[in-house]
Ligand binder design. Structure first.
Ligand SMILES: Cc1cc2nc3c(=O)[nH]c(=O)nc-3n(C[C@H](O)[C@H](O)[C@H](O)COP(=O)(O)OP(=O)(O)OC[C@H]3O[C@@H](n4cnc5c(N)ncnc54)[C@H](O)[C@@H]3O)c2cc1C
Length: 424
């Protein structure tokens, strides 16, 4: 077995477990803040930053145009209160400046998402690996950490290859659980040093909805729509584009609802009822008035002739049928009662969700190390001094839009400074 490494306190040895975005950002920050510290990233797989490569459909949605820390934090179902402080110290504009200042020009899209101007996630990987090299961070791939324990006031790391190292400070940046398979090893490392683990469950998923209403409509986007889960107490309605898929529903409105309801939906074994509002811009009374106007103005046309309210004709026909109306009838024929039934469907079609599946563009983990066990100014454990956390291993997750990487940049940055700094 190789001899454990040792060091003096003026040159603290720092182990970063996990070569993802959070680990890299922390390692670079630590070395730049204190060139005397020795920083090694231990990555269990053959290559670092694997998720960055596939992120955002290969384009890497790096952050979001959200300069106000409070507004930014509101996009995190887990962490919306706790992240306001960290975002004040290193927010989305700081992250954007960091990358643009290091040769990654960014482009902001109308929906607020920031991507590298190259539209290629490899630009981000190249930047992080180049900056790590320049800063003198050592990177060891195929070098998973299997065990972590206290050795006096230092830490002993046992690697998967049975090698060991003794270091002064440790950052756990092992990410969330994989989409399939058992939870990642980082949770066990944290638990071994006294941390509770909030059971990890998936967030950002699409809904399986085997309702005939949706059959044959795959590919249609209704924008905007609003989706809610009436059976889940306290869960707010989510709006945005709604995508009909071969299996059910996806798109930003559904993904946001999946994130905010991640725990409740998991507890319900992903069987629950949703209500879709197909015309969220109009109140029920306004829809009723608009339908009455249509009945007067288009009374000789068939109901199926066109889709009002910006709805596609095919979606419109299904909704009309769901309301018990015959779409071949004329606009002037249905009476107020039938129009009221149509309003009810348009403003709240009930659909049964029977399962979930991973959204290919992005999925994350809700759960992990509880935030109350971490000092969020430094990302240091409140339980084990010298132990730090960054990224998705913590009970932090955001909706889609660049928020999950932003949490990595922020927590990695704060952890990096603290790792390199003097002891408390
Ligand atoms: C398909 C997909 C697309 C995404 N797209 C986006 C996007 O466009 N924008 C966005 O903001 N977010 C996106 N995300 C979410 C984002 O990728 C994650 O939130 C982010 O990667 C988390 O970073 P992390 O450093 O905490 O963990 P990870 O990126 O998961 O990195 C952790 C690393 O630790 C390693 N590791 C684990 N255990 C050990 C161990 N015991 N020893 C050594 N190494 C270990 C892992 O191999 C991994 O390399 C996407 C996620 C997915 C799955």
């Amino acid at each position: 077995m190789p001899a454990p490494s040792s060091t003096s306190r003026n040159e603290p040895a720092i182990a970063v477990i996990g070569g993802g975005p959070a680990g890299f950002f922390a390692a670079i920050t630590a070395r730049e803040a204190n060139p005397d510290c020795r920083v090694t990233i231990y990555e269990k797989s053959a290559r670092v930053l694997g998720k960055v490569l596939v992120s955002g459909g290969g384009r890497c949605n790096i952050t979001h145009d959200s300069p106000d820390p409070r507004e930014l934090a509101a996009h995190y179902p887990r962490g919306h209160r706790e992240l306001i402080g960290p975002f004040t110290r290193f927010g989305a504009p700081d992250a954007a400046d960091w990358f643009t200042g290091r040769g990654v020009p960014l482009r902001t899209y109308p929906d607020g998402c920031l991507f590298p101007a190259s539209n290629d996630s490899r630009t981000v990987i190249d930047c992080l690996t180049r900056e790590a090299r320049r800063a003198g961070v050592k990177v060891r791939t195929r070098c998973g950490v299997r065990a972590l324990s206290r050795q006096g006031d230092r830490f002993r790391l046992t690697r998967a290859d049975a090698g060991a190292a003794v270091v002064d400070r440790v950052l756990i940046a092992t990410g969330g659980r994989a989409a399939v398979g058992p939870p990642g090893g980082g949770y066990a490392l944290a638990a071994g040093l006294g941390h509770a683990i909030i059971p990890p469950v998936p967030s950002l998923f699409t809904f399986t909805v085997p309702d005939p209403l949706l059959q044959g409509l795959a590919g249609i986007v209704v924008d905007p729509a609003a989706v809610r889960a009436p059976g889940v107490k306290g869960l707010k309605v989510q709006d945005g584009p709604l995508l009909i898929t071969h299996w059910g529903l996806s798109g930003p409105a559904v993904l946001k609802l999946s994130a905010w309801g991640a725990r409740a939906f998991h507890a319900a074994d992903y069987r629950f009822t949703i209500a879709v509002d197909w015309i969220p811009g109009l109140a029920a009374g306004e829809v009723e008035d608009a339908l009455a106007d249509l009945a007067a103005a288009e009374n000789h046309k068939q109901i199926k002739a066109f889709g009002p309210f910006g709805l596609s004709r095919r979606v419109w026909m299904r909704l009309v049928e769901r309301a018990g109306l015959d779409p071949t009838r004329r606009w002037g024929e249905p009476g107020p009662k039938q129009r009221a039934a149509l309003v009810r469907v348009l403003k709240g079609t009930a659909l049964e969700v029977t399962g979930q599946s991973a959204f290919k563009e992005e999925f994350v983990t809700a759960g992990g190390v509880p935030l109350k066990e971490i000092d969020l100014k430094t990302m240091q454990s409140r339980i084990t001094p010298g132990l730090f956390f960054a990224g998705e291993v913590m009970d932090i997750d955001g909706v889609t839009g660049g928020f999950n990487f932003q949490a990595c940049w922020t927590t990695g940055r704060l952890a990096g400074f603290a790792l390199a700094g003097p002891e408390d």
